[in-house]
Ligand binder design. Structure first.
Ligand code: IMP
Length: 205
């Protein structure tokens, strides 16, 4: 009987199940994604940085001190032109409560009410770390515009308010496969996987 080759594992430094699910969907059979739910000893990492790179590095290095293997951290957020780039690195607590997407979206809708300048972008910085040290970082972004009310139930976070350039539906309305093809996260992840393939083709565990 033929046996399937063991997939290499990639530990994603997140407690956000949406992020790890998107990353697993984008990687397909290439890697098995593990996240905080698989590691009871996953430490809580305080995101004290003021840039996506600083926060992604804190998460990747902090988690890779506690687990064996390659760790990938994603720090991401929404930059809104009419708000001077806010909420940016503070995207997850914009509404006043960490990770509360309903409150975050409500504040964004309030702050954007009546504004004609609707440009925005999602940004993602990924850091790969091993044995407590960052080894490489990658950036991805996707430009778009903001709606004035939520549309669609797909994705997470600000997705129901964000229409990517070239489309007329929000990430909340578009199929997951479309978002996973062109998102900030997809663009950073493609580079991270290419880097692993080029630099550590046989050594990923
Ligand atoms: P982080 O966990 O500090 O990286 O926070 C990321 C925050 O940015 C999330 O809580 C969301 O508010 C927002 N965000 C990042 N990526 C996405 C996305 O793909 N869709 C919608 N919102 C996102």
């Amino acid at each position: 009987m033929a046996t399937m080759p063991l997939q290499p594992r990639l530990i994603v430094a997140t407690r956000n199940p949406h992020k790890s699910a998107e990353i697993q969907a984008m990687l397909g059979y290439r890697f098995t994604v593990l996240d905080a739910t698989h590691f009871p000893n996953f430490p809580e990492i305080e995101e004290t940085g003021s840039t996506f790179l600083e926060n992604a590095t804190l998460k990747a290095e902090g988690i890779s001190r506690c687990v064996d293997g390659w760790v990938l951290a994603d720090d991401s957020g929404l930059e809104v032109d009419a708000l001077g780039g806010a909420p940016g690195v503070w995207s997850s607590s914009f509404g006043g409560e960490e990770g509360n997407h309903t409150m975050n979206n409500a504040r964004l809708i309030r702050e954007m009410a009546g504004k004609t300048e609707r440009g925005a972008r999602f940004r993602c910085t990924m850091v790969l770390a091993k044995d407590g040290t960052a080894q490489a970082d990658f950036c991805g972004s996707v430009e778009g515009t903001l709606t004035d009310s939520p549309r669609g139930t797909g994705g997470f976070g600000y997705d129901p308010l964000f229409i990517p350039e070239g489309y007329d539906q929000t990430f909340g309305e578009l199929a997951a496969a479309v978002k996973n093809h062109l998102s900030h996260r997809a663009r950073a992840l493609q580079q991270a996987v290419s880097w692993l393939d080029a630099n550590h083709p046989k050594k990923i565990i």
